[in-house]
Design a protein around this ligand. Structure first.
Ligand code: MIC
Ligand code: SF4
Length: 654
C-alpha cells in the first residue's frame, strides 16, 4: 500500500509511537520559529531548562508582532530577544524585516524538514513541502532543548485540486472554499494533504496562503508536495540547493478525499465574525467599505501586492475608504519598490505600514466605530481589529483592491479592467542584512538585557488530589484565544504574567480576573465551563498560563482545539469534556464543584465524576490524555516536570 506524503514526513522524523490515527507519536523537530509575542515567554522557559545552546538544526527568533505600541514594554522584550538569540545560537530577524511566516518561507524553509513554531500559522511552511506545526511556547522551548514534539497521529485528508483558477479568483478564494467545506470545528487531529493536477498552476506563495488558513479549520497542519514549482521558488530565493522532490505514492490511502475544481471557484469572503462564514462576494455587493487592509502572513507575496498595485495604477482610492498596505517581508517591499509597484500604491493613496503583523493583530489601524473593514488576513474574530463593533470581512487581494477603487464591496470581475498578470521575478533581489546569524561563540549571559517588563515564567504547584471550587465563568461555543487573552493593545504585557492576567476573558467578562483572584485567595479552585471548540485561534500559551496564574484548575468544555488543549495540560490545567454534552445545560456560573480523587482516578481510566454541589447532581466528564500528559498534569505542568528531570539527571542520588 502506498504512503501519503504526510506519512512519509512523519515516518522520517518518528521518535516514538506508530502512525496509527489517534495514538500519540513523538517526532524530531529540525527547525523552530518564535515571534516576539510568544517568544519572550518561550525563551524564559527555555532558560529555565538550563541548556547551553539550542539543539535544533536551525532556530529563528522573529520580531514582527509587537512593533508599534507606546510604552517601553515591547522595546524591552526586543532587547531581551536579541540577547537570547546571541547567547543560545539562534538567528534573529529584526523588527521591520517581516512577518515570521513569510520570511521563513523565503529564507529558511526546506522541503522535507519539520518546523515547530510558537504561532498557529506556522503551517504556512507546508506550502514548501515542510511538516510545519504550531504549538505553545513551552513545546517550542522543549524542541529547542532537543526534546521531540508529541502529537496525535493525524488522520490524513486528501484535497485533490483540479483545474486552474480563473482571472480574478485567487488562492485566498480556494482556501475560503476549504473553510466553507470543513468549517472551523471538528477537524482537530487531521492534516490536509493537497494533491492533484491543479497544483502545477499554484505557486509556492499561493500554496502558502492555502496552508496558512488551514489553521482556521483547526487542523494540525496542511502539506503540499515539493515539485518543480517548489524548485523554481527556491531558485528565485537563491536556494535551489535546498530543494528535494517529495510527493505521495500514487496509490496512497486517505482517511477522506475531496476534490475542488479550481476553475469553478468564484471570489469569496468570510463575513463577520468567523472565518467559516463564507459567502460569494457577489451576494454581499454594495456594502459600503470604510477600510481596506492588504498584507498579513496570509496574502503578502510579491504577486498579491503587485496585483493590488496594478489594479490601483493611475487611480486614487475612494475618499470614503482608507487603504492600508502591510507587506509581509522587507524582501517583498524592496522588490515592489525596485519594480515600480510601490510607487503605484503610494500614488493611489495607500498608507504603507512597516513589514510586520500590524493591522492583523489589532495593535494598529483599528477601524472607526461600526466600520466595515475588508482584510486579506486570516481571522475576523469580533474585536480582533481593536474596534469591538467593527465588521471585518476576509477577502482576496483582488476583492480588497476592488473595494478600495469603488468604495463598496464588489466582485472584482465587475471591474472594467484586464486581470493583471504579474510576472514573478526569476530571482528576487535578496538582502539578509536584517537577519543576525547566531554567533559562533557563547557571548555570556551579561548580553541578555532584562528590562522591567521581563518577568519569570510563573511557577505552579503540583496538581491537587481533589478540585474543590466554583464555576468562575460559563462561556458559549467557539471561544477563541483572543477572547481568553486579548491581543492588540494588551499584547505588550505578554512578558509580565501578573499584569497580563488582569485581562483574562476581558472581551467576555471584565470582572473575571478579580473574581478568580478572590476565589484563589480564599483557597478554592477556579473552573471554566465552555461549549464547542474552546480555544480556537492562536497558539498563545498565555491563554493557559494566565488562567493558571489565577488558580484555574480545570476547563470543562464540549470540545477543545488542539493547540489550546495541549497548552492547558502544559500549564497544569485539566481539560475535561462533558461525556454527555447535555450536561453543559445543567451547570451555571457560581455552582460549587467537586472533582474528587483525581490523582487516583486519572491513571485508571479516561473519565471522572464531577459533583455539582449547588444542584445536587453529578455527571461524567472525559479526558483524552496520554500517560505522558497525565504525568505532566500531576507535576503541575511541563516546565515543573522538565526541571525535575533535569535536576535528577544532575543529581542522580539526590
Ligand atoms: C495570531 O494570529 O493570533 C497570533 C498573534 O499570531 C498568534 C500568536 C500570539 O498570540 O502571539 C497565533 O496565531 O498563534
Ligand atoms: Fe501576524 Fe496576523 Fe499572521 Fe498572526 S495571523 S502571524 S498576527 S500576520
Amino acid at each position: 500500500m502506498g504512503k501519503t506524503l504526510t506519512e512519509k514526513l512523519i515516518e522520517s522524523h518518528l521518535v516514538t509511537g506508530e502512525m496509527k490515527a489517534g495514538s500519540e507519536i513523538a517526532i524530531r523537530i529540525d527547525q523552530t520559529l518564535t515571534q516576539d509575542a510568544t517568544g519572550t515567554m518561550a525563551y524564559l522557559q527555555f532558560e529555565a531548562l538550563e541548556i547551553p545552546r539550542v539543539k535544533t538544526e536551525l532556530s529563528v527568533s522573529y520580531i514582527d508582532h509587537n512593533t508599534v505600541q507606546t510604552g517601553f514594554e515591547n522595546a524591552d522584550d526586543h532587547k531581551y530577544l536579541e540577547g537570547v538569540a546571541q547567547k543560545y545560537g539562534l538567528y534573529l530577524s529584526r523588527a521591520g524585516n517581516g512577518i515570521c511566516h513569510q520570511v521563513h518561507l523565503e529564507r529558511f524553509g526546506i522541503p522535507g524538514k519539520t518546523l515547530l513554531g510558537a504561532d498557529s500559522h506556522t503551517p504556512t511552511g507546508g506550502g514548501l513541502g515542510m511538516l510545519a506545526i504550531g504549538a505553545g511556547g513551552l513545546d517550542v522551548a522543549l524542541a529547542m532543548a532537543g526534546e521531540p514534539f508529541f502529537i496525535t497521529a493525524p488522520k490524513v485528508i486528501g484535497i485533490n485540486l483540479t483545474g486552474r483558477l480563473k482571472p480574478w479568483v485567487s488562492a485566498k478564494d480556494a482556501v475560503l472554499k476549504v473553510l466553507e467545506i470543513f468549517t472551523t470545528k471538528g477537524n482537530v487531529g487531521s492534516i490536509f494533504e493537497y494533491k492533484g493536477p491543479g497544483l502545477s498552476y499554484l505557486t509556492v506563495p499561493e500554496r502558502a496562503t492555502i496552508a496558512n488558513m488551514g489553521a482556521e479549520c483547526g487542523v494540525t497542519t496542511s502539506v503540499f508536495p515539493s515539485d518543480d514549482v517548489t524548485r523554481q521558488f527556491l531558485s528565485s530565493q537563491g536556494r535551489e540547493k535546498d530543494w528535494m522532490k517529495l510527493e505521495a505514492d500514487p496509490e496512497a490511502c486517505y482517511e477522506r478525499e475531496i476534490t475542488i475544481d479550481l476553475s469553478e471557484l468564484e471570489p469569496l469572503a468570510a463575513a463577520p465574525h468567523s472565518p467559516e462564514n463564507v459567502v460569494p462576494v457577489r451576494s454581499i455587493e454594495g456594502i459600503p467599505v470604510d477600510q481596506v487592509c492588504t498584507g498579513s502572513c496570509t496574502n503578502s507575496s510579491y504577486k498579491d501586492l503587485a496585483t493590488v498595485a496594478v489594479m490601483l495604477r493611475g487611480k486614487t482610492i475612494r475618499r470614503e475608504t482608507s487603504l492600508v498596505v502591510t507587506p509581509g517581508s522587507r524582501q517583498v517591499l524592496e522588490n515592489l519598490a525596485r519594480d515600480g509597484f510601490l510607487a503605484d500604491l503610494i500614488a493611489a493613496g495607500a498608507r504603507i505600514d512597516e513589514c510586520a503583523c500590524g493591522f492583523c493583530i489589532g495593535n494598529s489601524r483599528s477601524p472607526s466605530s461600526g466600520a466595515v473593514s475588508l482584510r486579506t488576513s486570516n481571522r475576523n474574530f469580533q474585536g480582533r481589529s481593536g474596534t469591538a463593533d467593527a465588521l471585518v470581512y476576509l477577502v482576496s487581494p483582488e476583492t480588497a483592491a476592488a473595494a478600495a477603487i469603488k468604495g463598496y464591496i464588489t466582485d472584482p470581475r465587475n471591474l472594467a479592467i484586464d486581470y493583471p498578470r504579474i510576472e514573478i521575478p526569476e530571482r528576487f533581489h535578496i538582502n539578509d542584512g536584517m537577519i543576525i546569524p547566531p554567533d559562533a561563540q557563547d557571548s555570556g549571559s551579561e548580553t541578555i538585557q532584562r528590562g522591567p517588563n521581563i518577568g519569570a515564567p510563573p511557577a505552579s504547584d503540583v496538581f491537587p488530589d481533589t478540585i474543590l471550587g466554583e464555576v468562575t465563568i460559563k462561556v458559549g461555543d467557539r471561544i477563541t484565544t483572543d477572547h481568553i487573552m486579548p491581543a492588540g493593545a494588551r499584547m505588550k504585557y505578554r512578558s509580565n504574567i501578573a499584569r497580563y492576567s488582569e485581562f483574562v476573558f476581558e472581551p467576555v467578562d471584565r470582572n473575571f480576573s478579580s473574581r478568580a483572584a478572590a476565589i484563589k485567595k480564599a483557597g478554592r479552585h477556579n473552573i471554566v465551563v465552555a461549549g464547542v471548540s474552546y480555544g480556537q485561534g492562536s497558539s498563545r500559551e498565555h491563554a493557559a498560563m494566565c488562567p493558571m496564574f489565577l488558580g484555574v484548575k480545570a476547563v470543562l468544555a464540549i470540545s477543545f482545539e488542539r493547540i489550546h488543549e495541549a497548552n492547558l495540560v502544559n500549564f497544569g490545567i485539566l481539560p475535561l469534556t462533558f461525556a454527555d454534552p447535555r450536561s453543559y445545560n445543567e451547570i451555571e456560573q457560581g455552582d460549587v464543584i467537586e472533582i474528587p480523587e483525581i490523582d487516583k482516578n486519572i491513571y485508571l481510566s479516561d473519565h471522572i465524576s464531577v459533583i455539582n454541589k449547588t444542584r445536587g447532581l453529578s455527571f461524567e466528564a472525559a479526558f483524552s490524555l496520554s500517560k505522558r500528559q497525565k504525568t505532566i498534569l500531576m507535576a503541575g505542568g511541563a516546565l515543573n516536570l522538565a526541571k525535575k528531570k533535569a535536576s535528577s539527571r544532575a543529581n542522580p542520588d539526590g
